[in-house]
Design a protein around this ligand. Structure first.
Ligand SMILES: [Zn+2]
Length: 266
């Protein structure tokens, strides 16, 4: 077998040098359809493994990923962008006013616009990219600010790797854990989208969403670190408070800095 990617000669189902499949065929319509379906449910089942894992056993999934069982899952950043796209497409198709997620940084899709404008492809693409970028940057900035508090508060907990090493989560591992948690939130938001069609359900739905998201975060850390639920509640609550304080402090410093710069330029 000659690898079409790197010209390596080998035997087996995958190239041992670059990992490309021996079944790499010429691009045809059937391959295109296979690729598209495959990215959700096909062959390696990564999308299914990751999304089902995040809903049914979030902390176990994160621990497996952190200690090195990675081939069966999407990287959390890939998964997040994937979920964001699905969320944006479904909310657009349902024509949903996404105001209940405004707190999370999305925009209202049903702004006052000429009806004819809705039909233009540019408008749709623009709205989709606004929606995804708001949620993307909003979530990522919260996650970034939460890394140091989580790193510090959870510093004495360790997870066991199959080779016997005990790991205390470093900043990057905390970041990945938080992004996985955000993926769970995106799946919850997406599953709840059809319910947004019920008139007047906004307040109830956003309450349910925040309760479910908080429970998931607590459960995730229980399963990940093997700690008691009340310990997870306390640590997560303190971590959230520190995150908000850290964020407020940064804004405050930026405001002072901007004030000084403005003062100097006068
Ligand atoms: Zn190769």
């Amino acid at each position: 077998m000659v690898c079409l990617n790197c010209n390596n000669t080998y035997e087996g189902a995958y190239c041992p040098h670059c990992g490309q499949s021996a079944k790499t065929k010429r691009l045809r319509l059937i391959e295109m359809i296979n690729d598209f379906i495959g990215s959700f449910v096909g062959g390696d089942n990564k999308f299914l493994n990751t999304s089902v894992g995040l809903i049914c056993r979030p902390g176990h999934l994160v621990r497996e990923f952190l200690v090195g069982k990675r081939a069966r899952y999407y990287n959390p950043l890939q998964m997040f962008v994937f979920m964001l796209t699905i969320y944006a497409i479904i909310s657009y198709l349902l024509g949903i006013n996404t105001s209940i997620f405004d707190e999370l940084g999305t925009l209202n899709l049903n702004e006052d616009v000429e009806p004819s404008k809705y039909a233009s492809v540019d408008f749709i693409l623009e709205k989709l990219s606004e929606l995804t970028s708001d949620k993307l940057y909003g979530t990522l900035s919260i996650v970034l600010f939460s890394v140091l508090p989580y790193r510090w508060l959870f510093r004495k907990y360790r997870i066991a790797r199959p080779d016997g090493q005990e790991l205390a989560l470093n900043c990057t591992e905390q970041f990945y854990t938080q992004v996985f948690d955000s993926c769970t939130n995106m799946i919850l938001s997406t599953l709840m989208l059809p319910l947004c069609l019920i008139p007047g359900s906004d307040t109830v739905l956003s309450s349910i969403y925040y309760i479910a998201a908080s429970v998931y975060t607590v459960v995730l850390y229980c399963q990940l670190l093997g700690i008691k639920w009340w310990k997870s509640i306390i640590l997560n609550a303190v971590a959230m408070i520190l995150t908000v304080l850290f964020f407020a402090l940064t804004l405050f410093l930026i405001a002072i800095f901007a004030g000084v710069v403005e003062g100097l330029s006068k």
